[in-house]
Design a protein around this ligand. Structure first.
Ligand code: PLP
Length: 384
């Protein structure tokens, strides 16, 4: 049986904000620099006996200190045994799905990030893989269609509908059908939720979003509960052999952004909740989709599986027509009209314009770190 650490040890154990602020304590061994240097070399010399001068420095596809540090920080945040950084969130999605062989089966949550759905549909079609799409926020609906599968893929909170999926309940179903449970936890961030603790096998992030937080790096991250599992070994080998590596400068930028991740997520989540409450009582708003609101269908589950906030992503339906929704978007001054989420700057997206299955009055907000009163004022002016 696991025993809790003595109180003194627990008090002294660095928490996530401390670890991240100090980049896991990374101090350059040669110079004492508190910021790790960017190593741009792709290859490293050997000695006269043809041995590497440094055993962990042969070729940068295998050996990149900044990549290792980024992976260690994120794996620690996710309570994972191991982590893998990839060049984008979609590269991470593809890396997981590519482990499914011809004739396999994937159960995929419906109504999630359209890029994941599109990749899964095209990939499964080419490989003769049975793809079952179901609203996994409805556990009974999932149970009804569940049958032996390779992967059960969920995204929580989902983008753009902010549905909350019960990770622990999905884990039980995944075990029963022999599937690996994969959780896209991008909107939750590693600060607010640790899906592996709830029974997920793999957690996935678009690190392009809050993990980086400054809208200047594309990256993806995968972490696992058991690094010896065949699935994880396959993905590790695939990244290496297929060469899907991220560059040193991108990893350096990620580490720089991650130093403030807990702080940013705390502020963004608190502001998002205030904005959701403001919109919820606004006469021009038909509905707010945000798990932090007590009457949201996913609120109870979100309270159980998230802590410290409900994230910076929220959507709402403007009362009226598509034109009225677009008119409001056009009036916003602080919320920039752009896609993506999780950055320090607030963004608004009329999702229907690029994804026509989304209601044409739905506006998706990514809440940044600006002054909350200013952001609410911007929305108030745009909705008059
Ligand atoms: N997963 C979610 C939930 C996303 O929102 C996105 C991008 O918006 C992705 C995955 C894909 O990530 P990337 O744009 O880094 O490839």
């Amino acid at each position: 049986m696991e025993t809790e650490a003595p109180v003194a040890d627990r008090k002294n154990a660095p928490s996530l904000d401390t670890l991240f602020a100090q980049a896991n304590g990374a101090i350059d061994a040669q110079t004492g620099a508190v910021v790790p240097p960017v190593q741009s070399a792709t290859t490293f010399v050997r000695d006269e006996l043809y041995q590497p001068i440094s055993p962990n420095h042969v070729y940068s596809r295998d050996d990149n200190d900044l990549l290792r540090l980024t992976e260690e920080m994120l794996a620690r945040a996710e309570h994972a045994e191991d982590g893998l950084l990839l060049p984008s969130g979609m590269a991470a999605v593809a890396s997981v799905m590519r482990t499914v062989g011809n004739g396999g089966r994937i159960i995929l949550q419906s109504g999630i990030y359209w890029g994941t759905t599109k990749f899964a549909r095209d990939f499964c079609n080419r490989r003769g893989i049975d793809l079952i799409e179901v609203d996994c926020a409805d556990i009974d609906a999932l149970r009804d269609v569940a049958k032996p599968a390779d992967i059960l893929w969920i995204e929580t909170p989902s983008n753009p509908y902010l549905k909350t999926v019960d990770i622990a309940a999905c884990s039980k179903i995944a075990r029963a059908i022999g599937a690996a449970l994969v959780v896209d936890s991008t909107a939750a961030t590693p600060v607010l939720s640790q899906p592996l603790d709830l029974g997920a096998d793999i957690v996935m992030h678009s690190a392009t979003k809050a993990i980086n937080g400054h809208s200047d790096v594309l990256a993806g991250f995968l972490a696992c509960a058991r690094q010896e599992s065949d699935l994880w070994q396959l993905m590790r080998a695939d990244r290496h052999d297929a060469g899907a590596m991220i560059g040193s400068f991108e990893a350096w930028l990620l580490i720089r952004g991650m130093r403030t991740l807990p702080l940013r997520v705390e502020r963004m989540s608190a502001t998002a909740l205030s904005i959701a409450q403001f919109l919820d009582s606004h006469p021009r708003v038909e509905k707010v989709l945000y798990p932090g609101l007590p009457d949201d269908p996913g609120h109870d589950v979100a309270c159980r599986q998230m802590s410290g906030g409900y994230g910076s992503l929220l959507s709402f339906l403007v009362r009226g027509s598509r034109e009225q929704a677009l008119e409001s978007v056009g009036k916003l001054k602080l919320f920039k009209r752009a896609t993506s989420l999780g950055g320090v700057e607030s963004l608004v997206e009329h999702r229907h314009t690029i994804e026509d299955t989304v209601p044409d009055t739905l506006l998706r907000l990514s809440v940044g770190i600006e002054n909350p009163t200013n952001l609410i004022g911007d929305l108030e002016a745009a909705l008059t």
